[in-house]
Design a protein around this ligand. Sequence first.
Ligand code: UGA
Length: 427
Amino acid sequence: MGQARIVVVGTGYVGLTTGACLAGLGHRVTCVDVDEAKVARLAAGQVDILEPGLEELVSRGLSAGRLSFVVGARRAAAVADAVFLCVPTPMGVGGAADLRAVEAVVAEIGDVLPSRCALITKSTVPVGTAGRIRDLLGRDDVPVVANPEFLREGTAVADFMSPDRIVVGSDDRSAAEWVAGLYRDLAAPNVITDAASAEMVKYAANCFLAMKLSYVNAIAELCERLGADILAVTEGMGYDRRIGRSFLKPGPGWGGSCLPKDTHALVQVADAAGFDFTLLSAAIVENIAQRDRIVAKIAGAVGGLAGARIGVLGLAFKAGTSDVRDSPALSVASMLAAHGAEVIAYDPAVGGGFPGMNVVDDPYQVAKGADGIVVLTEWDEFRKLDWTYLAELMHGEAVIDTRNLLDPQAVLDAGLSWLGLGRPRRT
Ligand code: UGA
């Protein structure tokens, strides 16, 4: 295979990363979006999401002539070797994935695709979508391929370039092998399988990660009640290679645009298949309960929320991103406000505009007159704050660190109290 002519439909974080990285691997890539203003910005090399390394890759692709951005997919699709579908698949009615965007693209380009052009799903799609697309398309000469992404927001370029594995599935084996070949310069094991299994890998992996986190959050709760320290416990668990050390940090719950959507979708799909997936449903329930427990913990630490002034550090669903979709941090902050607290929040990447809270652009401002400060997102810069100065600005002394991010001693030395998650309280 020489350079392939690739079309990527959708320039969200998955599509743009996929397009820019495939261009980085030497392919000729046309990225398509319906948003004209966004296409114009991207064509000028401007990337408006926070994704390290992405802007540089886009600029390099543009100047090498290997990457372009256009509105409308038909022209580019008519001469493509492969089309990647990277359009949103939001949570629809009852938790199932809403596939209207995928269907609209298939309707738009289905008749112009060259024979043997691979039509590839990249966004997470329900098991069986490849089959549905094949039916919609009504063409035997265009193979439909599932090639799920495993990109994390904030490290998407690094995840693309150093993947743990590449999963490609199609009922047309030679098409699956051809698609896997697009990544041949990346050193990663290939899993080549049928379309439904490839689609399932993505759900099974994301839902497993969500369950792992719900489990660790529950164990942290138990550690607190029984006087154990979650840091030692997860360290001791993590050395077991069957468990692994990553994804074991307790926090205010898992959020973002993927795990909540995918867990609900799999429960729904299981339900439709006549299987009551109670294990996964319990992980979702546990994740909601975690937020409630965090709010109760904050209320306890400041002596009641009504009328209390709470400084919030972090609103993004995790560090390294400006994304607040399904953010546990934002939801905890909103719950504090709903319980009558005055909420002053700061996040290095998130601006204001949320009801019931005042978002400021300096972390020290959240401390002014505050009864307590709560860390909700694990931004590194919070570790480096001057706690002596924060203590001077505060009215109370409670610091609730829901990510176990801070150095408790630095907080104590400033005359404040430190309350982590699953760890002994320090006063
Ligand atoms: C997740 C998966 O990790 C990716 O592999 C997948 O490709 C992606 O979804 C997707 O489906 O597109 P992402 O949503 O970017 O990636 O976020 P993660 O880094 O997985 O974090 C998810 C949530 O778990 C965040 O709220 C984070 O704060 C929380 N988390 C993560 C913890 O509370 N503790 C941890 O130890 C790790």
